[in-house]
Design a protein around this ligand. Sequence first.
Ligand code: SAM
Ligand code: SF4
Length: 328
Amino acid sequence: MNKETIDKFGRRLKYLRISVTDRCNFRCKYCMPNNNFEMMECSDILRYEDILFASEVFASLGVNRIRITGGEPLVRKEICQFLDKLTKIENIQEVMLTTNGALLEKYAEDLYKAGVKRLNISLDSLIPEKNKYITGVDKTDEVMAGIKKATETGFAPIKVNSVIIRDFNDDEIVNFAKLSAKYNIICRFIEFMPIGNSENWSEKNIVYGEEIINRLKDFEPKEMPRDINSGPAVNYKLNNGGIIGIITPISKHFCSECDKLRITADGKIRPCLLSDNEIDIKEALQTKDKDLFVKQIMQSLNIKHDEHSITIREKNHDFKRTMSKIGG
Ligand code: SAM
Ligand code: SF4
């Protein structure tokens, strides 16, 4: 069986991101639009058995790491039972999860028992009022309790991801750097992308990676070598013992290093987060047609861009999907 799949740019396919739902218990302003937001029909959402079939085929093509995301993956029913099966697929070395953390205290132990060992937790502010403003719900205490529980349960490394928005939370960069050392977690800062709620996106709200590093100069950030766990981030060791990461989808495109494909909750392969090109794989999954599915995977690799099309000069980013519907 083919254990290595290489795209037209020579990138090895190793990593798959799967969105299991577009539903979420938060309403982050940059991720879901303010109005006219329609959820996917339940009947359009892939069944767990379809996702497991897809994962087995991907594993046979060389994928060995899968990240589960959404929407909020922990709001989908029986998620831990599903993850237990996913982690047991041959050749899958690691299953990771991205969550807003609100339900983590409840699920941390079951997730760990199911074989998930690494978590990314999203938290944009350490100030409850600000979080409430951006997420639409008052859940900072629950998220902090979730981070604590995840640490006690043994998840490592835990990454906390913050989208940095000028004049909203850019004054908290230093506090996140302190949090990293205090809780032994990696705090990563993401450039604000024009997706999901483009109306409110503006270039002036982006705080570029370079500026974030400058703001941390008192911590003498030292760039760390990339490793398998770095993902799209460049990580820096700080003089307080903490580690921070910078994710720069806008200022430094990482497409040339991108070895991943995405599956949306409604059964589309989306080769690039920032391009609306998609391939519908639902029928192949539902009929368990492996030959057709492999053909579609190859087709997706061929429409993968060498660079995505977002530049700061473009103002009209009219993506068909919000981030919650893509699976960020
Ligand atoms: N609900 C989970 C969570 O929030 O972690 C998983 C899905 S969420 C779409 C994944 C990540 O996408 C989150 O870290 C979120 O902050 C990020 N995200 C969503 N919209 C974004 C945007 N417009 N720019 C940058 N990051 C964004
Ligand atoms: Fe939900 Fe995550 Fe999007 Fe926030 S970023 S609305 S938590 S899916």
